[in-house]
Design a protein around this ligand. Structure first.
Ligand code: GDD
Length: 415
């Protein structure tokens, strides 16, 4: 555990509306970090993991969404965690490291000894106290969480080589075209405040390079300025790659679960992982067959206290039902996320699907996906306020907000 004088600050990078486009149609109405997984907004999972950090002074969310989109959530979560949580809005995207740097004065207000930096769109057990301890023994500027994945998947992430004994980061390449390593960057870091000097150096180097090009070639200048603005710094390419092998950065390997949440399909998978984690961390959040709702519950299921579920419904595994949803008699739900104010009428079935806010599914209807979380149409997604009329079957389809379906569809995107 940390000494009583040290103070730690956590920062969660939430991106903005131009990111998270693969999350459409759900992200059309709600910022991706606020879309529920296992009944809680995506960002809630890293946020609540921060509770385990000793001497935590503040949590900042940094993004380029409008302040009002986060205001309500931030004030309620601050209260719940009993740690000040604040949303800081970038006027424009500065990149994952540039965003952090642009708020260095706020972050340093508490004079922290360490800064945790977490990507919002990863799903894992966030072993933060363990990372802090490991980081202190390594003694470098930063430690990153890493995991082994299959060689086929590795190229979607930052691939790295670490010293097997000292755990020093020796080599780092972001999403390489040719295979480097099956050890990848999980997007969870701890740094000393020296990270700000490293980011500042990266800014200076970028400006110097641009100046050099200006003197030598007008064409090169054009491509350099077109590529990235001078105040845009990426943590991976601009900081981790050049600092590898300089005894500044170290790795902490997790053997627990880890996934990246870039698509709605992956949010169903991650909902399942978080629901199963609740068994150990928050068993009170899991529904039970003999609970007050009376319905038959199979496996891990979350039901918001305000949702109304008919006692003859059969629910699970991997189902989360958000506030004010109404689940009728004889309804069967398997592997799905049912968002706020949804109504599912008698004897309807929902399988491998996400049902958007205020949608309504008619009697004897079936909304289903085949359950391939990585395929574009591997699950069915109904956007906000979609109506599926009685006895209609919707399979492997994406339906945009405010549509009403009165005929059955399969493998379709309904615009
Ligand atoms: N505030 C802010 N401003 N946030 C940003 C910005 C920005 O300009 N750019 C990205 N982010 C946030 C995203 O919302 C996300 O949470 C995180 O920073 C990283 O996003 P990207 O830079 O788009 O990278 P990525 O998600 O494709 O890959 C990164 O994370 C992987 C782990 O999930 C890389 O670091 C990979 O190496 C890593 O494996």
């Amino acid at each position: 555990m940390g000494s009583s004088e040290e103070r730690i600050v956590a920062v969660i990078m939430v991106g903005g509306p131009t990111k998270g486009t693969r999350f459409r149609p759900l992200s059309l109405n709600t910022p991706k970090p606020l879309i529920p997984l296992a009944g809680m907004p995506m960002v809630h999972h890293p946020l609540s993991a921060c509770r385990s950090i000793p001497n935590l002074a503040q949590i900042y969310l940094i993004g380029f969404y409008e302040d009002r989109e986060f205001a309500m959530y931030v004030s309620s979560i601050s209260h719940e965690l009993r740690v000040p949580v604040r949303y800081l809005k970038e006027e424009k995207p500065h990149g994952s490291a540039g965003g952090l740097y642009s708020f260095r004065d706020y972050i340093m207000e508490d004079n922290p000894s360490h800064i945790f930096l977490l990507n919002c769109d990863v799903c894992c057990s966030f072993p933060l106290p363990e990372m802090l301890e490991a980081h202190k023994t390594y003694g470098g500027m930063g430690t990153m969480l890493v995991i082994k994945v299959s060689a086929e998947l590795a190229s979607q992430f930052g691939e790295l080589v670490a010293d097997p004994v000292t755990k020093e980061l020796l080599h780092y390449t972001e999403k390489p075209e040719t295979f480097v390593s099956d050890l990848i960057n999980c997007g969870v870091y701890i740094f000393t405040p020296d990270i700000f000097t490293a980011i500042q150096d990266a800014f200076i180097q970028r400006k110097d390079r641009a100046n050099l090009r200006r003197m030598t070639s007008f064409e090169a200048l054009q491509s350099a300025t077109k590529a990235l603005p001078a105040d845009y710094v990426r943590l991976d390419q601009d900081i981790l790659s050049p600092l590898a092998g300089k005894k500044e950065l170290y790795t902490y390997e997790t053997r627990d679960f880890w996934e990246q949440i870039k698509t709605p399909g992956m949010s169903l998978k991650c909902s399942e992982l978080y629901l199963s984690q609740y068994r150990h961390t928050s068993p009170h959040l899991l529904a039970r067959s003999n609970g007050t709702k009376g319905a038959t519950i199979i496996g891990d299921v979350y039901i918001h206290p305000s949702a109304k579920v008919h006692p003859s419904a059969k629910i699970g595994p991997n189902v989360s039902i958000s506030a004010n949803a109404r689940i009728g008699a004889g309804v069967r739900l398997i592997s799905c996320i049912i968002l706020d104010d949804v109504e599912i009428k008698e004897n309807a079935e929902v399988i491998h699907s996400i049902v958007g806010w205020k949608s309504s599914i008619g009697k004897w209807s079936r909304v289903q996906g085949e359950g391939d979380y990585n395929a574009k149409l591997g699950i069915t997604i109904l956007g906000e306020a979609v109506g599926v009329e009685d006895e209609v079957v919707v399979i492997n389809s994406i339906v945009l907000p405010n549509k009403t379906l009165n005929v059955s569809v399969q493998e379709e995107i309904i615009l």
